[in-house]
Ligand binder design. Structure first.
Ligand SMILES: [Zn+2]
Length: 271
């Protein structure tokens, strides 16, 4: 299985990282896309890839500015992003996007930083990893003109409607589902998970967040809430398989091969 979205660099996991990765390998996770969120964690993501990627577990770094952190940028952030992307010629640009949860972050600034990163992805021909919580429609509007010019688009932690999902699918985007599909009350996202075409489906944990119902915690945070980990990807895989009336092995196989295409394109041998 390939975990299409995780934040292994998150400081809440630091003490347990070795065991978190070992449990992921034991649960048959063979690849993880480790997404940065702001210039302050790009170095940690790069070091994590360098020190923890192995033959058993590929860690693919992604570098970008998450919409929550657009107000913290210094003037040299684009040069720094260029520097980190240059260190890994396959690194996608992510996690980027629009967010409607933290309303205090100015929407115009979010859009400006997103557009700059989309332009950069076109110029460097890198995949993009999109966050669109409570802003899915507006995000689709912004991304549409870029769609034909990007090597791939990964819509992470999808929680929008089936209509919005179809808009992204028609752009050729991959739609990635996280632990929210395991919540039986989340009928909208569960409905969308049944409708994504096989060739555009991905699964993810969003470690250490979005802890799935029935999962095993990596650890507890300071407020005694469970932290998510890649080994819980099996639960998401099983749930998506049940919703689509196929076996879990089928979902594990198609999402791993889609991740290979989405992140690395044809000809890659990422398992
Ligand atoms: Zn994320």
């Amino acid at each position: 299985m390939f975990d299409a979205h995780a934040h292994l660099q998150d400081s809440r996991l630091k003490q347990d990282l070795h065991s978190v990765l070992a449990r992921g390998i034991a649960a048959e996770v063979t690849g993880i896309c480790c997404c940065a969120t702001s210039p302050s964690d790009w170095k940690a993501v790069q070091e994590l890839e360098a020190s923890h990627s192995s033959a058993k577990l590929v860690i693919l770094p992604a570098y970008g500015v998450h919409p929550w952190y657009v107000e913290e940028l210094y003037s040299d952030w684009l040069e720094l992003l260029d520097y980190y992307l240059d260190l890994s010629l396959v690194a996608p640009i992510g996690e980027i996007g629009l967010d409607g949860i933290r309303k205090s972050v100015p929407r115009e600034l979010q859009k400006r930083v997103l557009s700059i990163q989309l332009e950069m992805a076109v110029r460097l021909q890198r995949p993009v990893i999109l966050h669109g919580a409570r802003a899915w429609g507006e995000l689709a509007d912004i991304v549409k003109p870029f769609a034909g010019r990007l090597p791939s688009i990964i819509v992470h932690g999808f929680s929008g409607s089936s209509d919005i999902m179809r808009r992204f699918v028609s752009m050729g985007a991959y739609i990635s589902f996280a632990g929210s599909v395991c919540n039986t009350a989340a009928s909208k996202v569960r409905g969308a998970a049944t409708l994504v075409p096989d060739g555009q489906l991905l699964i993810e944990t969003d470690t250490p967040d979005l802890f799935p119902a029935g999962g095993a915690p990596a650890a507890m945070d300071e407020k005694n809430r469970p932290l998510n980990q890649p080994s819980n990807l099996k639960l998401i895989c099983n749930e998506v398989a049940d919703l689509r009336h196929v076996s879990s092995d089928v979902i594990a196989d198609i999402t791993a091969s889609n991740a290979r295409m989405a992140f690395l394109g044809a000809g890659s041998n990422l398992k």
